[in-house]
Ligand binder design. Structure first.
Ligand code: FE2
Length: 165
């Protein structure tokens, strides 16, 4: 997957997690094992997604001249914290808990709200301000995502090239 723009890559992640939420909702009410598996996948995907955004994409946006960038990123980070807290809360529940499905529904709502804002506001700044760097950032995101998926270290290796302009 050569040279995918950062925004495009993140958008694909958003779509993938949206599909997982739909899958969760379509699972039978008593399909506890399946629901647990889908939730675990959602959790892993969202954690990796949030991490690569926080390590690579958000700092790039924050480093631009755009006057709204600081506020937008601060808000996005706060939303990430809320989402992570909810992920932990659900992790501690059993899938046959009466609250389980409604908590996952809450999570979906929070994620979708965040995604909507991110795609409309932060991506706009990114497209505007980062232009040609978006492909390079996309590559960085992709590499980092792979590393994290393969159980890579939680600390980021030093940037190899072109991380700073
Ligand atoms: Fe995102």
């Amino acid at each position: 997957m050569a040279n995918m723009k950062a925004t495009k890559l993140l958008e694909q992640d958003h779509k993938a997690v949206k599909n997982l939420f739909s899958k969760f909702e379509k699972a039978g009410e008593k399909a506890y094992k399946v629901k647990k598996q889908i939730f675990d996948q959602i959790k892993q995907d969202l954690e990796i997604h949030a991490q690569i955004e926080e390590e690579i994409f958000y700092p790039a946006v924050r480093g631009t001249e755009d006057s709204d960038a600081q506020d937008l990123i601060a808000e996005a980070l706060e939303e990430h914290e809320g989402i992570k807290a909810l992920l932990e809360e659900i992790s501690d529940m059993e899938p046959d808990d009466t609250e389980y499905d409604s908590k996952v529904a809450d999570l979906r709502e929070e994620v979708e709200h965040h995604v909507e804002e991110e795609q409309s506001e932060i991506f706009e700044v990114a497209e505007d301000q980062l232009g040609n760097r978006l492909e390079e950032l996309g590559e960085e995101l992709e590499e980092r995502k792979e590393a994290l998926r393969n159980g890579g270290s939680k600390t980021r290796p030093p940037p190899q090239r072109g991380a700073m302009r």
